[in-house]
Design a protein around this ligand. Structure first.
Ligand code: MN
Ligand code: MN
Length: 365
């Protein structure tokens, strides 16, 4: 799709969403506070407000490093009703096979998101002017039982979707994408899937278990949550078990864009491939290990030779025009992060790009 076409499509999607908001969910004011709630430093809401109930805290009134951390300093609102997008954490890493630590991802990503300003120059969009976004906090996932965790995640993400909001989930390890897909496919039907990852995550089992961070997308296909022909994996690399690892892909028509293809054919070509495959209602899952450990060392199963931070940003911007019903960023493990918490910082910025895509951004060409 050409940029202008993408922009037109995005506008149409946005108009439809606004109509849905007015007629399907009532007026935004249903969750607007009657008067700004006084916090310890005065009203929580800032003076400039473009009609959306929620805006990030004003950085000229409240230093960026102050206050309990929420994503981009948004209000923490537990009730998702009235939201267009709900930011929600899943601090769970019981599905990891090597180095744990992703349970600490949501806290650190929120902390590192404090610096991100509200307007995307590259996507030409101010997401908080177009969408009502809040941080709904974390899902209290049981840390020691993966199936119980999945039940809670499915139920809570289901409640967000039921309220009419699109979730952007902060993991957590990659196993959490499965219950999210269960919740969203239950509402939207079989989904297209865009997966940024070093790993295929379509293996069958591990130590006799069907659920861990290497199996979510095989289970998602088996359960009918994802349509294999509308499923594209980007950034795949690293040693595999054998060539047979891709038998499942051949059976189900899954598209792989490996890292050599991304590097040799470029971001624009990759974005075209994504759009050719991921038609209809789509979910995006971004495993931070898609990015090279030189840029993103804080992760459980690092693979050398990956995307740069800049390529990652441009690829996510390229999702503009897809019909996204939600997304996640997973596998950030702060205990392995480098100085400056660069992995969590990158993850927070990837989330911002995703939010801008959901707000109808279009990549600057
Ligand atoms: Mn993964
Ligand atoms: Mn991975």
């Amino acid at each position: 799709m050409k940029a202008a076409e993408i922009a037109r499509t995005s506008e149409a999607v946005l108009r439809a969403l606004r109509r849905k908001t007015r007629h399907g969910r009532g007026n935004y004011t249903c969750i607007t506070r009657r008067a700004p709630t006084p916090g310890p430093n005065g009203p929580e809401r800032q003076d400039y407000n473009f009609g959306m109930p929620h805006q990030p805290r004003a950085s000229f009134k409240s230093p960026r490093f102050a206050q309990p951390a929420t994503f981009m300093r948004l209000p923490h609102v537990e009730d998702p009703r009235g939201l267009d997008v709900a930011i929600v954490g899943v601090p769970f890493d019981g599905g990891t096979s090597y180095r744990p630590g992703a349970r600490l991802g949501p806290r650190e990503i929120r902390a590192q998101s404090s610096l991100i300003r509200q307007y995307s120059y590259f996507q030409r969009v101010a997401p908080f002017d177009r969408l009502n976004v809040a941080d709904v906090g974390d899902i209290d996932a049981p840390p020691i039982n993966i199936e119980k965790c999945f039940d809670v995640v499915k139920s809570q993400v289901g409640a967000i979707a039921e309220a009419g909001a699109r979730p952007i989930v902060i993991g957590g390890d990659h196993s959490v994408s499965l219950p999210i897909l269960r919740a969203l496919a239950g509402r939207h039907g079989p989904l297209a899937l865009v997966q940024f990852d070093a790993h295929i995550d379509t293996w069958d089992e591990y130590f006799g278990g069907k659920y861990f961070h290497g199996t979510p997308f095989r289970r998602a296909i088996e359960e009918g949550l994802v349509d294999g022909k509308r499923f594209v994996q980007v950034g795949i690399r690293g040693p595999m078990y054998s060539e047979e690892d891709f038998d499942f892909h051949r059976q189900h028509g899954i598209t792989v864009v490996d890292i050599d293809q991304v590097k040799e054919k470029g971001v624009a070509w990759t974005v075209d491939r994504i759009h050719a495959v991921a038609s209809g209602p789509a979910y995006v899952t971004f495993d931070i290990d898609a990015v090279d450990p030189a840029f993103a060392p804080g992760t459980g199963t690092p693979e050398v030779g990956g995307l740069s931070s800049h390529e990652a940003q441009r690829l996510v911007r390229g999702l503009a025009g897809l019909s996204l019903v939600g997304g996640d960023i997973v596998e950030v493990a702060p205990p392995f992060d480098g100085p400056g918490q660069i992995t969590a910082l990158l993850a927070a910025n990837i989330m911002f790009e995703l939010l801008c895509v959901m707000a109808g951004g279009a990549a600057r060409t």
